[in-house]
Ligand binder design. Structure first.
Ligand code: 5GP
Ligand code: ZN
Length: 113
């Protein structure tokens, strides 16, 4: 999609800090770090939200979650990690290219609630 900021990030038209990449997915640091290492995992194929996925497509994307979670653990050594995803404007989605947030946690005082 030509007007999608995450498609532009995949194409390199908008710079990003890469965390992980393979033939199907891209992961990069969120521009607004709610905690250190806050990462977004996206499919390279444009899909708006979970309502556009087949179970097979969702499964393939989620296979990368532990890979990225473990890379973040190795890089930042958080105590924990939140994995979350907003689908639709009323659910808080602001960028309409599907993405999974991986948010490292550093204890109660890390500023994210
Ligand atoms: P949502 O609210 O849709 O679940 O999350 C969208 C996320 O995309 C937000 O956390 C926001 O900070 C992030 N974001 C928006 N624009 C950009 C950008 O141009 N670069 C990066 N790295 N993150 C972005
Ligand atoms: Zn897109």
């Amino acid at each position: 999609m030509s007007d999608c900021i995450f498609c532009k990030i995949i194409n390199g038209e908008i710079p990003s800090a890469k965390v992980y990449e393979d033939e199907e997915v891209y992961a990069f640091l969120d521009i607004s770090q709610v905690t250190k290492g806050h990462t977004l995992l996206i499919p390279k194929t444009h899909k708006k939200n979970i309502f556009e996925f087949s179970p097979e497509e969702a499964s393939r994307l989620f296979q990368r979650v532990p890979i990225i979670a473990q890379a973040l653990k190795a890089a930042y050594n958080p105590d924990g990690l939140n994995i979350l995803n907003n689908n639709g404007e009323t659910a808080g989605q602001t960028v309409f290219h599907y993405h999974i947030h991986l948010i490292p946690r550093y204890g109660r005082q890390d500023g994210f609630h």
